[in-house]
Design a protein around this ligand. Structure first.
Ligand code: GTP
Ligand code: MG
Length: 334
C-alpha cells in the first residue's frame, strides 16, 4: 500500500479511537452517580429486585433462613444518564442476627457513605402484596424504615409492592388500597411524599421505580444526620430509641414471665407434681436464655462512654415513648 494511503488509513483509525474515547469520557462526565438503598423484612425479595434491576448475581434465598446477612452493593449499572448502585440490606427479623446487629450494620454503612458526602437519591421499602396481614414483622420493619429515613427524606422513598404475579388482581388492588390509605400502614409515608409502586418481577417495572428515584435530589437520611452531623450515639438516634423501646418492653414481659414461672415451680414442688416441675424448669431455662440475649442486645445499643449523663435523657425519651410508663423502670437501663 502506498505510504499516503497508509497514513490516511491510520488517521481514520486514530480519529475513530479519539471519537470513542471522547464519547465515553463525555458520557462519564454527564452521568450522574446515584445510590439507592433497598430495605424491608427478610424474604420479601430485596435481593431479587436488585439482581433483576442491575444484572448482578447476589445470592437469593430459597429456604426459610434469611439469606442476606450483611449490607452489600450491586455492581453499578447504566440507566439512561444515571449510573446506579443499589444497596441491599438485611431485614430486622433476620433469623441469624439480632435486630441490634442489623441496626448497627445498616447505620454503619449509611454513616460511612454520608462521611464521603454521598447521599441517597432513593430508599425503597419492599412489601409483598401476597401478605394477607400487616403482621408484627412487617410493622416493625416499616417502623424502623421510617425512623432511619426521617420525615424530611420521605419524598425520596418508594414503597414497592411486589409479587403481583402471585395474587388475584382484585385481592391485590383491595390490599393496595388498604395499605396506602390506613394510618397504621403506609399512609404516613405517602402523606410525607413517598410514592407507591407495583413491581411484577420484570426489569421494566424495576427500572421504572429506579428512574423515578434517580431523578430526586439526593437527601441526607435522619440516621446519617444524627450520627455524622450531630455525633449522636446509636442508642440515642431515632431508630436506636425505637429499638431500645422494643427491647425494654420485651425485657419487662420476659422478666414477669420468669418470675411467674419461678413461682409455678415452687408450687409444683409443694404439690409434689414432678412432671410439671420438670416441664416448668425446661421453660424457665428457655426464658432465661432469651432474657439474657435481650439484655445483651440492649447493652450493645447503650452508650459506652464512662460518663453516665446519657441515662436521664434516655430514660426521659423512653418514658415519653413508652405505652406503659411504669414498665420501663430505671433498673432496665443498668
Ligand atoms: N413470585 C415472586 N417471587 C419472588 C419475587 N421476588 C423474590 N421472590 C422469591 O422470594 C424468595 C426470597 O427472595 P430474596 O430476594 O432472597 O428476598 P430478600 O428480601 O433478599 O431476603 P433476605 O436476604 O433473607 O432478607 C426467593 O425464593 C425469590 O425467588 C417476586 O417478585 N415474585
Ligand atoms: Mg437478600
Amino acid at each position: 500500500m502506498p505510504s499516503v494511503e497508509r497514513s490516511k488509513g491510520l488517521g481514520a483509525m486514530l480519529r475513530g479511537l479519539f471519537d470513542i474515547a471522547t464519547t465515553q469520557i463525555g458520557r462519564r462526565l454527564r452521568d450522574k452517580n446515584v445510590t439507592i438503598a433497598v430495605m424491608g423484612p427478610t424474604g420479601v425479595g430485596k435481593t431479587s429486585f436488585i439482581n433483576r434491576a442491575s444484572g448482578s448475581d447476589l445470592r437469593v434465598g430459597a429456604g426459610l433462613e434469611s439469606m442476606t446477612q450483611d449490607v452489600q452493593r450491586s455492581q453499578p449499572f447504566q440507566l439512561g444518564d444515571y449510573r446506579i448502585t443499589l444497596i441491599d440490606t438485611p431485614g430486622f427479623d433476620d433469623t441469624r442476627k439480632t435486630d441490634a446487629e442489623i441496626l448497627l450494620q445498616i447505620s454503619n454503612h449509611l454513616s460511612m457513605i454520608a462521611r464521603e458526602r454521598r447521599y441517597l437519591s432513593g430508599v425503597i421499602y419492599m412489601h409483598r402484596i401476597t401478605d394477607n396481614r400487616m403482621g408484627g414483622v412487617a410493622t416493625r420493619n416499616f417502623r424502623m424504615f421510617m425512623h432511619l429515613c426521617g420525615e424530611q427524606a420521605l419524598p425520596n422513598a418508594a414503597i414497592v409492592l411486589n409479587m403481583w404475579n402471585e395474587v388475584n388482581a382484585d385481592v391485590g388492588n383491595a390490599r393496595r388500597q388498604e395499605l396506602l390509605t390506613n394510618e397504621k400502614f403506609f399512609k404516613p409515608a405517602i402523606t410525607a411524599g413517598a410514592k407507591a409502586f407495583e413491581h411484577d418481577d420484570t426489569v421494566q417495572s424495576a427500572h421504572r421505580i429506579l428512574c423515578h428515584l434517580a431523578q430526586q435530589p439526593p437527601k441526607i437520611l435522619l440516621i446519617q444526620q444524627e450520627i455524622v452531623r450531630k455525633h449522636v450515639q446509636i442508642g440515642m438516634t431515632s431508630a436506636g430509641l425505637a429499638l431500645l423501646q422494643d427491647l425494654v418492653d420485651k425485657e419487662v414481659k420476659h422478666r414477669d414471665r420468669l418470675q411467674q414461672t419461678q413461682k409455678d415451680i415452687e408450687e409444683a414442688i409443694r404439690q409434689r407434681e414432678e412432671g410439671d416441675r420438670v416441664e416448668l424448669e425446661e421453660a424457665l431455662r428457655e426464658l432465661e436464655s432469651t432474657y439474657k440475649k435481650l439484655v445483651q442486645q440492649k447493652t450493645s445499643l447503650l452508650p459506652t462512654r464512662s460518663t453516665r449523663s446519657w441515662r436521664p435523657l434516655l430514660l426521659r425519651r423512653l418514658k415519653h415513648r413508652a405505652t406503659n410508663v411504669e414498665s420501663s423502670p430505671q433498673s432496665l437501663l443498668s
